[in-house]
Every structure is written in structure tokens, then in C-alpha cells.
Design a binder for this molecule. Structure first.
Ligand code: GLC
Length: 808
């Protein structure tokens, strides 16, 4: 620890007066009486505040290959304050490292709180507490002392989002959370302070202005959004450095883009990973898996992915196969591949302690496992019984783990599911002093715990990438900030409860706000027995989440789309098919996301930040920027209130009725109807439904058009590539621009191909014009006959068409 710093209770540093400052390139270093800090201008809108407490600057575990684009910076010293001007912000640093941030018009955006921290008083004496505990009430855990604590002023009208998939509601104001990856098999409830992931990043929204803070500290951290005191919010850590990034919006979208500029975006996935996925603990033996595979095809329900949970392994030894249950797995994987399936296998970190088992022997011989203080490999218990924990913080170990992926993918496995990597343990938690070797630097479990799953996913991603040269599909339960670069995530062990369906929406929206564009929940619920109604409603949500996976626990009732009755089965079929028709739309979102970081499932406030009515909406979301989904998440409900945001009109996807934005409407929603609205001017690319991605050669792209009822103009960019390789990174893709314009009685659609590098081009485009039938219709100036008799007007043009005119 740097002795220069004096800690004052929970408040953290008392830096004292500014003694000296200097600017070197984009970093302003400040010497205080009792310490030193730096203000690092990453971009005009992203600023890092740093002070070494436990060590000199350490390589961030989340931020890799940081690009700096600081722009013009000027520094001044006025009235005892260091003033740093970027092209977007003014940052003032006063004594005690008190920071205030303003926009260039002088408007205050975010300020350090000047008072003392004063948590509210918990009334009741110890005896009361003991009695309450005896009765079974959970009392709040005693908080470890926090070495670093930053307090920021909390103003009325503030909202907070992010922190990954915390339980509870979308807006985190008034709540308190701890970042310490936790495998908690109890049902997720609103009061949970910890979850499987630790994403120490949040977005604040105040008076329509958004900014974000990323506290890059992998130790146990705490975020309190005005729970302990409504005058401030705070973030604190038990150790590590004071190291946080301020990310200015003013739009929440810019904040997310800024955050993913730092920590990375999710790379474009293979197209099939956006298809429907069926899982279960466990499909075994082989005959059962084959039965499931055959059933999907027989029942005409699309499905791309089947999962093998822990029972495919030999005694839960990772990278092995149970020879009894799966006597010839390569042949089986090959046969399933012929049916269009991709098989994903689970891999947990715990390596069975078992002499003669090659993975254990290799790990032991090479010192690849985390140890106790005496260097003896640390043992706990997980599925295989006594097990050891690979030290993923060590690059050499990651390399070994990456190589091991070949054992799976070279024999036909399509993706790897990393579970139990919080890391979970059955014989009590790993002690704080379990030792890790972070690339030559010895450290302990306190620092590595929250990044254990992150590093495991990184190793898995890199191993699959090298082995297959395709875009890896990795799914992980535990994560840290930045894991989105390597893996998709699910929210862990939920239950088949309506409360969990409801809560999955804000959980997924907040994950999306935290850089995790590719995420989902166990559709139907993991624990507990699902019901027909719950599965019918859950599949309607799942169809719009990036990861669309039905999964359930051992000994629960069957939960496949056909496991209940015909009605449930047909609802599953309807929404899974809708998902497949919308695949090009979802793929476009993921392509766009690779640049912007903007997720597939979004809270309404991302697109409608000027409409304060949407700031707290938990049960509606945007799918990309054209589709609004307002699922039914209450048992027995067959109608629901839907808020349509201000700023444009909305078209009911099912009835084509048009509504003004800025109003609440009531939508009838019998069990087979999920309320879906398309933004006026929306253009939605569609494919025909298929049993699995690649079943049909797609030579025609359908464009589902929702024209303006009055004047308006919109654009849509569609992306096309081979759906699996990295060739797009060297330019092998096509881009199509569709522009829709309406003025008076004329609708004009322009098609342009802005990039044509990928060989498999569409032969034709089919347009569906919703709600409007023209009197006259021209393609590139040539009049065409109107053929449709029904309300829906559609037509097909060749891939050379450039302009379509519809006259009324
Ligand atoms: C954990 C996972 C769950 C999996 C089970 C068995 O509970 O969260 O998805 O099915 O372990 O591997």
C-alpha cells in the first residue's frame, strides 16, 4: 500500500490540498498533500480518474487495447482548482480530489458530494435483530470496511440503470448492490444484493441528460444509489485502486457506446446462434437427445441448437465423454449436424481430483491450479466431488484451457457453455487467501474472484477461435465488465415463476445497458415446474431476446415446446417461427451493435430519452429501434396497458391499427398474442421461416414496410454476409440501403446497394406495404399491375430495381 495515503474511515482518501499539477500529453497529474492522482482524457467525453491505493496502475482486466482520442485539451489553475477543458467537458478538480464535471455551457453534470457520508440509522437493538433472525428473517450482512468510497451528489429526479442483471426493477434509485459473483441457488428475488455477474458500471439520467460511471475495480465493490442517504450516491471497494471512468452522453446511447468503446462490444455472432436453442439438465443418453432432435423436425418447430449438460461427461470430468451414455459421440454429432443441429456442451471450471485423469495430471504437473498460501493446490467440492480450480488469471493456464477446447470442437461440438465459474463451490466459499498468479504477479482470491469467469470465457473464446476459425459461441454464467467480448450470458438459475418472467425484462434491459448485447434467461424457468400458460408467455419474450434458450433443471417436468398441450405447442411454434422470420432484423442489430455497443433488447428510454414517462417502464422494451414489445407477464391476463412513447406513431403488428405516440392504450392479448408495435416508417427485413439456419438458400429478402400516414422519411440499412466466418472483417459483406419517403399522396422507396462484396446476393426483394393499397405503382418509372385483392399489398422486384413509386 502506498503510505502516502491516509484513510479516514469509510470516506476513503483525504487527499488534502493541491500542491502541484502538470499536464503530459492527455494526462493531468496532480500532487496533493497526502497523495497523488491523475485525470486521463481518453476521449473528449470519457475521462479516467485514478489514484493508486493498493498498487501502481495495474493492467485493467476489462479494458484491453485502449484507443485514445483525446482531442484538444487545455488546463488552467484558477481559485485553487485545476480546470481541465476537453472538446466536450469542463472538469474541475479541487482540494481533496473533489471533482465537478460541467458541459461546455457551464451546466453541472456530476459533482462529488461535499458532506460526510452518513448512512441512515437502523432502529432496533441487537436483541431485536437476533429475534428476527431466529424467526428466519434475513438480516443485512455486515459490510466489510471499504477502503475506497466515492460519494456523488444525488439530485431529485435522478434515475440509475446498468450493473448487469441485478434483480429488481429497471431503475436502481434507492437500492444497494454488492459486486461479488455469487452462485445462489435460491430463487432470484428483488432483495438480492449479489448475483452471478459483477459489472461495476451504471448509467445515470438526470434532467434528460445521461452519463455513466465505470468503476474498474475487480475486488468486492458496493454501489448505493441513495439507499443509505438520499443526498448522495456512492461506489466503494474493499481494496484495489481508485480507478473510474466518467462517460458523458448526453444521450444514454452515447454512454453505452462510450462504455463499450472502453470494454469492447460483442463481436457479430454466427447467424445460427440467434436461432432457437433447446436445453435441459440433461439430455442423456444419446437416445433421448436424438428423440428431442427428431421431435422438433417432426413437429415443424424450428430449432438450431441442442445442449448437453453435465451428464454427458464421464463422472463430471471436464473434456471427457461418458462412454455408456454417448458411446460414439462423434458419429452422433455428425448425424445431428445432418439434421441441422449444432450441439453445445457444458464445461465447468472444477477439475476432478483424480490421479490418472489427464486434465488433472497436466494441471497438477504444470502448477495450473490456484493454491493455498503454501503453494498446495486448493481443493473444494463441485459436481465431480473434490476438485481443483484452474488459475485463469494466468495466461499460460488460459492457453492450456484454450487448447483443451479442441477436444470438443475438433470432434463436432459447435459451442461451449461455461458454468459454475463464479467460481461456485459446495464446501463453503473459497477463502480470501487462495493464491492466483496474475501473469507473474501473485495475488489472491479477493482480486480474482470477480474476474474468474471472465478469464475462463476469454480462454474458451480464444481456443475455439483458433481451432475453428469461425466466430466462437461461448455462453457463460459469471462475468465481469468486458466479458461481452468473449461470451453471451444468461441470467443463471431462475425459476418457473411469473415473478421471474416479469423480472427477466428489467434484468435483460440492464444487462443491455451494461454492454451485454447478447443475453437471455432460461425460457420457461430453470427450477420449479413450468405451466402451459407461463411457457406460452415466456416464449413470446424469448423470441425477442438475443439468446433464445429454453432450459430447465433436472427432475423438473418436461418443458420442451410440445411438453404440455397442443395450444401451448402451437404458441411456441408461432413465436419460434416469427423469430426465424425476423432473423435478418436481429442479425442487423448485432452487426450494428459490434460498432455501437447498443443491445438488441433495450429499455424505451434509450430511444425515447425525451419522454420522461418511459424512464421507469419495466415491462416493455424495444427490439432494436423499430419494434416495441409489451409482453404479458401476469398469469391470467388477456389484456394489458401499453405505453407508446412520444415522438412517432405506432402500428399494431397484428391488426395494423395506427396509434399516436405519447399515450397509454389497452391491448387485448389472448394467450397467443404478444402485443408488438412497429414504429411508423419502420422497415423490417425478413426471411422465410426455416427449420434451422442454412436449411433454405435465401434468394429473396422480404421488406415489411410500415408507411408513414402523413409526411415522413426513414432509412434502413441491411447487412448480409456468410453468417459464420471472420471474412466480413476483411470486407466480405453486402450492404443495402432502403429509404422510405412519404409526401402527400406519394410513397417513394429507394433501394441502393452501398457495398457488394459478398457473392451470395439476393435475386429479388419482396415488399409488403402494410395498411395501404395504392392506385398506381411504378418500378423504376414503369407502371406495374396491382395484383393483390386483399388488404395487404405486396409485390416483388428484381435485385436491380432502384426506385419504387406508390401513388394514391
Ligand atoms: C447450474 C447451472 C444450470 C445447469 C446446472 C447443471 O445450476 O446454472 O444451468 O443446468 O448447473 O449443470
Amino acid at each position: 500500500m502506498n503510505q502516502k495515503f491516509q484513510l479516514k474511515g469509510l470516506q476513503g482518501f483525504m487527499f488534502g490540498k493541491i500542491k502541484f499539477y502538470e499536464k503530459k500529453s492527455n494526462v493531468v497529474s496532480i500532487e496533493f498533500e497526502n497523495g497523488r492522482a491523475s485525470v486521463d482524457i481518453i476521449t473528449p467525453s470519457i475521462i479516467n480518474f485514478f489514484s493508486p491505493l493498493s498498487a501502481e496502475r495495474r493492467a485493467s482486466k476489462a479494458v484491453e487495447n485502449l484507443k485514445r482520442m483525446p482531442g484538444k485539451i487545455t488546463v488552467d489553475f484558477i481559485d485553487g482548482q485545476v480546470l481541465v477543458y476537453t472538446e466536450k467537458l469542463k472538469v474541475s478538480i479541487a482540494d481533496n480530489f473533489m471533482v465537478d464535471i460541467f458541459d461546455l455551457n457551464g451546466k453541472r453534470i456530476c459533482s462529488d458530494y461535499r458532506g460526510e457520508d452518513k448512512p441512515f440509522v437502523r432502529r432496533g437493538n441487537d436483541d431485536d435483530g437476533n429475534i428476527a433472525a431466529e424467526e428466519g428473517h434475513q438480516l443485512e450482512e455486515e459490510r466489510k470496511s471499504q477502503k475506497i468510497k466515492i460519494l456523488k451528489q444525488l439530485n431529485p429526479g435522478s434515475y440509475f440503470y446498468g450493473l448487469g442483471d441485478r434483480t429488481g426493477h429497471l431503475n436502481k434509485l434507492g437500492y444497494h448492490y454488492k459486486m461479488w459473483n455469487t452462485d445462489n441457488p435460491n430463487p432470484h428475488v428483488e432483495s438480492f444484493e449479489t448475483m452471478y455477474k459483477s459489472i461495476p458500471f451504471f448509467v445515470a439520467l438526470e434532467k434528460k441528460i445521461a452519463y455513466g460511471i465505470f468503476f474498474d475495480n475487480s475486488y468486492e465493490t458496493i454501489f448505493d444509489f441513495g439507499k443509505e442517504n438520499s443526498d448522495y450516491y456512492s461506489f466503494s471497494a474493499v481494496d484495489g485502486n481508485l480507478d473510474y471512468y466518467f462517460i458523458y452522453g448526453p444521450s444514454a446511447k452515447e454512454v453505452i457506446s462510450g462504455y463499450t468503446f472502453l470494454t469492447g462490444t460483442t463481436p457479430l455472432p454466427q447467424l445460427w446462434t440467434l436461432g432457437y436453442q433447446q436445453s435441459r439438465w440433461s439430455y442423456a443418453p444419446e437416445k433421448r437427445l436424438q428423440e428431442i432432435a427428431n421431435n422438433f423436425r417432426k413437429k415443424d418447430i424450428p430449432c438450431d441448437v441442442l445442449y448437453l449438460d453435465i451428464d454427458y461427461m464421464d463422472g463430471y470430468r471436464v473434456f471427457t465423454w461418458d462412454q455408456q451414455k454417448f458411446p460414439n459421440h462423434e458419429k452422433m454429432l455428425d448425424r445431428l449436424k445432418g439434421q441441422g443441429y449444432k450441439v453445445v456442451t457444458i464445461i465447468d471450471p472444477g477439475v476432478k481430483k483424480d490421479k490418472g485423469y489427464s486434465i488433472y495430471d497436466q494441471g497438477l504437473k504444470n502448477n495450473y491450479f490456484a493454491t493455498d498460501r503454501d503453494g498446495i493446490p486448493y481443493v473444494n467440492r463441485v459436481w465431480p466431488g473434490k476438485a481443483l480450480y484452474p488459475d485463469f488469471s494466468n495466461q499460460t493456464v488460459r492457453h492450456w484451457w484454450a487448447e483443451n477446447q479442441k477436444i470438443l470442437v475438433n470432434h463436432g461440438v459447435a459451442g461451449v457453455w461455461n458454468d459454475m465459474n463464479e467460481p461456485a463451490s459446495f464446501d463453503g466459499p473459497l477463502p480470501d487467501d487462495v493464491q492466483f498468479n496474475d501473469n507473474g504477479r501473485l495475488t489472491d482470491h479477493r482480486e480474482i474472484h470477480n474476474v474468474y469467469g471472465h478469464y475462463m470465457s476469454k480462454a474458451t473464446y480464444e481456443g475455439i477461435k483458433t481451432a475453428t476459425n469461425k466466430r466462437p459461441f461461448v455462453i457463460t454464467r459469471a462475468s465481469y465488465a468486458g466479458t461481452q467480448k468473449y461470451a453471451t450470458v444468461w441470467t443463471g438459475d431462475n425459476q418457473s415463476l411469473w415473478e421471474h418472467l416479469r423480472m427477466s425484462l428489467p434484468m435483460l434491459m440492464n444487462l443491455g445497458m451494461s454492454g451485454f448485447a447478447f443475453c437471455g434467461t432460461d425460457v420457461g424457468g430453470f427450477g420449479f415446474d413450468c405451466t402451459q400458460e407461463l411457457l406460452s408467455r415466456w416464449v413470446q419474450v424469448g423470441a425477442f431476446t438475443a439468446l433464445f434458450r429454453n432450459h430447465s433443471s433436472a427432475s423438473m417436468r418436461d418443458q420442451e415446446p410440445w411438453a404440455f398441450d397442443e395450444k401451448t405447442e402451437s404458441i411456441n411454434r408461432k413465436y419460434i417461427k416469427l423469430r426465424y422470420r425476423l432473423l435478418p432484423y436481429f442479425y442487423d442489430i448485432m452487426h450494428d451493435e459490434e460498432t455501437t455497443g447498443l443491445p438488441m433488447i433495450r429499455p424505451l428510454l434509450l430511444d425515447y430519452q425525451n419522454d420522461e414517462n418511459v424512464y421507469g417502464i419495466n415491462d416493455e422494451f424495444m427490439s432494436g429501434s423499430n419494434i416495441l414489445v409489451a409482453p404479458v407477464v401476469e398469469q391470467g391476463e388477456t389484456a394489458r396497458m401499453v405505453y407508446l412513447p412520444k415522438g412517432n406513431r405506432w402500428i399494431d403488428y397484428w391488426t395494423k391499427a395506427v396509434f399516436d405516440g405519447g399515450q397509454y392504450i389497452v391491448k387485448n392479448a389472448p394467450l397467443d398474442v404478444c402485443p408488438i408495435y412497429v414504429k411508423e416508417g419502420g422497415i423490417i427485413p425478413m426471411y422465410p421461416a426455416q427449420n434451422y439456419v442454412g436449411e433454405k438458400k435465401i434468394s429473396q429478402l422480404t421488406l415489411d414496410i410500415y408507411p408513414f400516414t402523413e409526411k415522413g422519411k426513414s432509412c434502413y440499412e441491411h447487412y448480409q454476409d456468410d453468417g459464420e466466418s471472420f471474412d466480413y472483417r476483411s470486407g466480405n459483406y453486402n450492404l443495402y440501403d432502403f429509404i422510405l419517403k412519404r409526401s402527400g399522396n406519394l410513397i417513394e422507396i429507394n433501394i441502393s446497394k452501398t457495398r457488394e462484396a459478398y457473392g451470395e446476393k439476393y435475386q429479388s426483394f419482396k415488399f409488403i406495404i402494410n395498411g395501404i393499397k395504392p392506385l398506381e405503382f411504378l418500378v423504376d418509372g414503369q407502371t406495374r399491375k396491382i395484383e393483390n385483392d386483399d388488404d395487404q399489398f405486396s409485390f416483388t422486384v428484381s435485385n436491380t430495381a432502384k426506385k419504387i413509386d406508390l401513388k394514391f
